[in-house]
Ligand binder design. Structure first.
Ligand code: NAP
Length: 326
């Protein structure tokens, strides 16, 4: 068969992103390319990034149609079990860090992504799948856990004993941040929009969970904020003088008040973070394995992807949604 199942963005609409989502059963299989490896995808996860692509945010219309999917785990033609490091960049162009390469891209931005039966990626984007992880666990990690790892340890410099506030509980990045900060010896508080999500945060590693915006008993050293406008004001107030706020996303809006007086008077560091290097990705996998972390996720079938994206968009997911592509 020269065709395969693939999840394709064929157009863009900010207000109705799923209008241009196609679950294609006869998409062309990728053509071989020197220096690139074919992966038979076993599992791939859904991300807000796919919805941004369908909304027309950060993805030019000229690059359509494109197969969605920032994360994948599968098997190569020679039988190697792999997980894809989702960032493609040239370290030399980024001063030794591929995430700083001005031409960096994330899987599904510059070429077809992982939500397909087959994926072709540059060889160096493949990392051996830890044997203790299932394909669906491995496919949960990718962009959410990789980004959380870099945000926590490289950009915000979290150390054992640090007090860390994670805004959000159920999200892919938030749940990864809670689990890894706890595993690294931090004292973790999470915020959530409901009692049920607060209990979820505690079940995956938060010492305490509070409602969004609630005043904390003690200020924190680091805030991890992937939510944006809905939590930014709280993030600025929850951090101690000289503390760090790390941001990687703006699900609820990207234009909160800057509150510059608070930033300079409290001497806050605000750091952005995107993706992770290959080295950070491998370190994240080692941390997950050695600490015995189990990424919160649910597995759905190919035919359930549209409904999966609708639930992701409405905030109903706990952790990640992974598609069984085998
Ligand atoms: N820069 C990067 O490299 C990078 C990488 C990954 C993700 N991102 C971005 O980061 C963001 C989060 O990604 P994700 O995968 O974690 O998404 P997700 O799984 O959809 O999670 C969304 C999170 O945002 C919270 N949230 C959403 N709307 C909210 C609102 N109105 N008020 C309060 N909380 C709200 C949710 O909190 P509750 O738990 O309380 O529901 C949840 O924790 C997205 O915008 C994504 O595009 C960026």
């Amino acid at each position: 068969m020269t065709t395969m199942r693939a999840v394709v963005a064929v157009g863009q609409s900010y207000d109705d992103p799923l209008a241009h989502l196609v679950l294609d059963r006869s998409y062309p299989r990728p053509e071989p390319r020197a220096g690139w490896t074919r992966v038979f995808v076993k599992a791939a996860s859904l991300n807000p990034h796919d919805l941004w692509t369908l909304r027309g945010v950060g993805h030019p219309a000229e690059r359509l149609p494109i197969v969605l999917g920032c994360d994948a785990a599968g098997v190569t033609e020679d039988g190697r079990e792999v997980v894809v490091h989702p960032v493609l960049g040239e370290p030399r162009r980024g001063g030794g860090d591929e995430t700083f390469d001005p031409r960096r891209s994330i899987l599904s931005e510059a070429f077809d992504g992982g939500l397909a039966e087959e994926l072709l990626v540059p060889d160096h984007m493949l990392v051996d799948k830890p044997s203790s992880l299932t394909f669906s666990q491995a496919a949960s990690l990718g962009i959410a856990w990789g980004t959380a790892f870099r945000m926590l340890f490289t950009r915000a410099g979290v150390k054992p004993g640090d007090r860390v506030l994670v805004q959000g509980a159920s999200g892919g990045v938030a749940s990864a941040s809670i689990a890894m900060a706890r595993a690294a010896g931090a004292i973790v508080t999470a915020t959530a929009r409901s009692e049920e999500k607060m209990r979820f945060a505690e079940s995956i590693g938060a010492h305490t969970a509070v409602a969004h915006g609630e005043r904390l008993a003690e200020k924190v050293d680091v805030v991890i904020d992937s939510v944006g406008e809905a939590t930014w004001r709280h993030s600025l107030r929850a951090v101690r003088p000289g503390g760090v706020i790390a941001t990687c996303g703006a699900t609820s809006g990207a234009m909160p008040a800057a509150e510059l007086q608070r930033v300079f008077y409290q001497q806050l560091s605000i750091v952005g973070s995107t993706g992770c290097t290959g080295g950070e990705f491998e370190a994240m996998l080692r941390l997950v394995e050695s600490a015995g972390l189990s990424p919160a996720h649910e597995v759905i079938a190919f035919d359930e992807i549209r409904e999966g994206f609708a639930r992701l968009d409405s905030g109903e997911v706990r952790g990640k949604i992974v598609v069984d592509m085998a």
